[in-house]
Design a protein. Structure first.
Length: 278
């Protein structure tokens, strides 16, 4: 990865070449359109070029981040995503829908149909129109399933893309605001740059400034547990470049800039009750 936690295409080429020289047959490269740890977006156009060079399937994991393409301020970050052979999406994340609504979109669905279609008589569909004969189980491993798509359809019809775009834009603004407050403070530091709505940072009060990296990690681990038990704000964690980081992800359309201020206030308040060691 590079300093922004994105795939380095030179390293990707080297690894593919090494596999080929070792007699292995690479078949797929997976790029991220918003990683879970930091929200990093890989250089999608460049990765498409690498995939074409080696005749690889290019899959984009957009489960968390891809829907941010709806936000005007982030749209350019996703250039090249439309060239993927397949994209994974989780509407239960950034379309604000209930858990377990996920999907894969194929650039050429007939390739997926050739892999997954059932030929049993009991799965054969009849229809005079093409849409009537379409069945989901011909394009993935699941046969029986719930009507998950209904939730997505109702959201799009009832709320619309403009409203979703505004909500996602507001989520992005919250993360950027948190980052600006952290960089302006003397007791917090960013561990990764904010790309979308994920922010990774840590608390380094004055008493910890001259302590070892391990002591700062240990303090922030204790701080995370204490914050979760406190109950006012909630964060998770990430390990980045060998360091422990507090991780937040804004995925609620009700979240405001004021909530970001409360988060830092909560961290400072809870941190005062934690002994510093190391």
């Amino acid at each position: 990865m590079d300093e922004r936690f994105r795939i380095r295409t030179d390293d990707l080429i080297a690894k593919i070449s090494a596999d080929i020289e070792a007699g292995r047959i690479p078949f797929c490269v997976v790029a991220n359109a918003g990683t879970v740890n930091t929200g990093a977006i890989d250089p999608l156009t460049a990765i498409r070029e690498v995939a074409d060079r080696f005749q690889l399937w290019m899959h984009v994991d957009g489960s968390y981040g891809a829907f941010a393409v709806l936000a005007r301020s982030a749209r350019k970050l996703f250039a090249g995503m439309e060239q993927a052979d397949s994209i994974a999406l989780d509407p239960h994340k950034w379309l604000y829908l209930p858990v377990d609504v996920g999907c894969v979109i194929y650039r050429d669905p007939e390739i997926a149909r050739a892999a997954f279609a059932h030929e049993a008589e009991y799965t054969r569909m009849f229809g005079e129109e093409e849409d009537e004969a379409f069945v989901c189980w011909d394009y993935g491993p699941e046969l029986s399933r719930r009507f998950r798509a209904l939730k997505v359809w109702m959201l799009l019809k009832g709320v619309g893309l403009d409203c979703l775009s505004e909500a996602i834009e507001n989520n992005l603004a919250c993360a950027r605001y948190l980052e600006s407050m952290v960089r302006a403070s003397d007791d917090f530091e960013m561990v990764a740059p904010v790309e979308l709505s994920i922010f990774c940072f840590r608390h380094v009060p004055a008493q910890l400034k001259n302590k070892s990296p391990e002591a700062i990690d240990a303090f922030n681990e204790r701080l995370l547990v204490a914050l979760q038990r406190d109950g006012s704000s909630y964060l998770s964690n990430a390990a980045l470049a060998g360091r422990f980081a507090l991780r937040g992800c804004v995925l609620n359309y009700r979240t405001t800039l004021g909530d970001m201020e409360i988060l830092l206030e909560d961290l400072r308040r809870v941190a005062r009750s934690i002994p510093i060691s190391g």
